[in-house]
Write a protein that binds this ligand. Structure first.
Ligand code: ADP
Ligand code: MG
Length: 587
């Protein structure tokens, strides 16, 4: 119930406000705030959650606005039809722009969106058909039958109803299988790809969703103002939309409304107050906004809504999954059959041969340890097998399939699951949600289904699986804790549970004991022993010799990129070459 409280309050207050005898001026203000919030809502998803900064949202507002303006004026189409044409055009442009720019990293993306915003602004301003910088005039107000709903109170209800619907759709989305994938984008792509998630596809998706939100706002704006001209869709507005999202709380859906309201009201106030104060006219409000932005970023980097969000943390989800069906399991090689065959893999970094024609294999049910002194090439071997790095030569066969050329995401989908030497998780998600990400490839429901909440049966199954894997490794008591609050030991166990959630045929653990205290190491060893009893196939890269000797069936020893020897722990320990090269130096 508490989870739905903001939605409920807002939905109730809209009709109440519409019925109150407020001056028309204030209703008009609220209409603008609703429109701006719709755009900044898209930015919350794109920038706040996804970490992709766009200054170009105003351009998408422009596409929505100009499409309906031109088509209704010139072809006499109904606005209810042009809305969808505008959305279609926006989708096409967002896909084109997105496919080109979203592969760029760092500051190239924001720069590209600035270029995109500018070019569309000049295009709108220079086309005769679009009225150049004067724009298009004389649009019709929106109507249903004979009722004008394009102005005043009825427009307020329409606009805010769309806004609330958009907010609910986003909240639903973020709390779902695709939503967890989207929330992982900010922390880099490696972890998500290792869970079988196509990060590029989700970047394009949120770029598209944000653009569509903007286009709806543009359509509304055009018929509300009954005129369109380029100035409303230029770079200045693009910056202002981003500013609304940042001030309100990029990352919080409700922050979009707070930010839009604050910026709109402050903008109006300052435009009057500042020239009066200073004595000359000018756009001084821009300076105040600049200073305010710096202050907000310094003292409230998560925006104003973060204050509210901290006071009222979200209660654990009300999903009950106890009766849910189990997820289907994949067929795995029978005990003793080969799971992984590494055949002469090689990696050269320039002149350095980090991995020099290494071969070994893992049979189902075996735990194989990959050991060797620092710089021996263990991590590189690990990355060659999992597809994070490309091989200079050699072949990797996994469950009978050649996976040598596949990217890490595809290899993960085939049932190879891994943990990371440096824990990679989403700190502000619960332990349960983090672990559920491991089951990503075992679900199918997409973005639309998540927004409409028709994904609940699948969500229950995913959560049930996540809980089961956490209980399997003894973390059943920490389901709803924030992952970021865990100590190092439980964090590493959580990663193992996440990897297990994908129902792997092979588990790869990269130094799981690194940085653990004695007690935590014991807990880890116990989990490994248990997995061994259950017949899990594991490749273990580890420095802790006691742990390796205890749990491994076979050891592969590397030195300077080459295979030194392999055998059972006893054989390896007895090997004089190993003693000299490795054990001798450490023990
Ligand atoms: P280990 O994990 O056994 O400590 P690594 O696989 O990390 O060893 O490194 C093996 C060798 O390859 C080292 O000499 C390291 O400096 C080198 N190396 C690893 N990654 C790269 C890279 N991306 N570029 C160049 N050299 C690298
Ligand atoms: Mg290493």
């Amino acid at each position: 119930m508490r989870q739905h409280l903001p939605v409920l309050l807002l939905s109730l207050s809209v009709p109440v406000i519409a019925l109150l005898p407020l001056p028309d001026f204030w209703i008009a203000q609220l209409n603008y705030i609703g429109l701006y919030a719709l755009v900044s809502l898209g930015l919350v998803l794109l920038t706040g959650v996804g970490g992709l900064t766009s200054f170009g949202q105003a351009a998408f507002v422009g596409i929505g606005a100009y499409t309906t303006a031109w088509l209704t004026l010139n072809l006499g189409l109904s606005p209810w039809i042009t809305l969808f044409i505008g959305l279609g055009l926006t989708a096409v442009s967002a896909l084109v722009v997105g496919l080109i720019t979203l592969r760029m990293s760092g500051h190239y993306l924001p720069l590209a969106t600035i270029a995109w915003g500018l070019s569309l602004y000049y295009l709108m301003g220079n086309l005769d058909a679009l009225g150049k910088y004067d724009g298009l005039l004389g649009l019709k107000s929106l109507s249903v039958g004979d009722i004008d709903i394009g102005q005043g109170r009825l427009f307020f209800v329409l606009c805010w109803a769309l806004l609330i619907a958009g907010a609910v759709a986003l909240i639903n989305l973020l709390d779902s299988r695709p939503g967890r994938a989207i929330r992982s984008l900010k922390g880099g792509t490696q972890m998500a790809e290792a869970m079988g998630i196509s990060t590029f596809r989700y970047k394009v998706t949120i770029f598209l969703i944000a653009a569509l939100f903007a286009a709806v706002a543009g359509w509304l704006l055009a018929h509300f103002q009954r005129t369109v001209n380029p100035s409303a869709f230029g770079l200045k507005m693009g910056i202002e939309y981003l500013f609304m999202a940042v001030v309100g709380g990029v990352g919080y859906v409700w922050g979009a409304i707070v930010g839009a309201g604050l910026v709109k009201l402050l903008d109006d106030y300052l435009q009057v107050a500042l020239p009066a104060l200073i004595g000359t006219s000018g756009s001084y409000e821009v300076i105040v906004f600049g200073v305010a932005l710096v202050l907000v970023l310094k003292y409230l980097p998560d925006g104003l809504w973060s204050v509210v969000a901290r006071k009222f943390p979200r209660p654990p989800r009300a999903l009950n999954w106890l009766g849910a069906e189990d997820l289907p399991v994949r067929s795995k090689p029978a005990r003793g059959e080969p799971v992984l065959v590494v055949d002469n893999i090689r990696k050269q970094f320039g002149g350095l041969t980090a991995v020099n024609d290494i071969s070994f294999d893992i049979a189902a049910g075996q735990i194989v340890g990959l050991i060797g002194p620092n710089g021996a090439g263990k991590s590189t071997t690990f990355n060659l097998i999992t597809g994070v790095l490309s091989k200079t030569s050699g072949r990797v066969t996994f469950c009978g399939q050649d996976v040598s050329q596949l990217p890490s995401r595809e290899i993960a989908r085939q049932g190879m699951s891994r943990t990371f030497q440096h824990v990679k998780m989403i700190a502000d998600m619960t332990v349960l949600e983090n672990v559920a990400m491991g089951a990503y490839t075992r679900g199918h429901r997409g973005v639309v289904s998540a927004m409409l909440r028709t994904n609940q049966v699948e969500e229950q199954r995913l959560m049930k699986e996540a809980q089961r894997q956490l209980e399997r490794i003894g973390m059943g008591a920490s389901l709803h804790e924030q992952a970021g609050n865990l100590a190092m030991g439980p964090q590493r166990l959580m990663e193992i549970a996440r990897a297990l959630c994908s129902d792997p045929a092979l588990l790869l653990l990269d130094e799981p004991a690194a940085g653990l205290r004695h007690k935590e190491k014991q807990a880890l060893a116990q989990v490994l022993r248990q997995l061994q009893r259950e017949g899990m196939s594991i490749l273990l890269v580890e420095h802790d010799m006691d742990l390796v000797m205890e749990v491994c069936d076979q050891l592969v020893v590397m030195e300077f990129g080459t295979l030194l020897t392999r055998g059972t722990p006893a054989e390896v320990q007895a090997n004089p070459a190993v003693r000299a090269a490795y054990l001798g130096t450490e023990h």
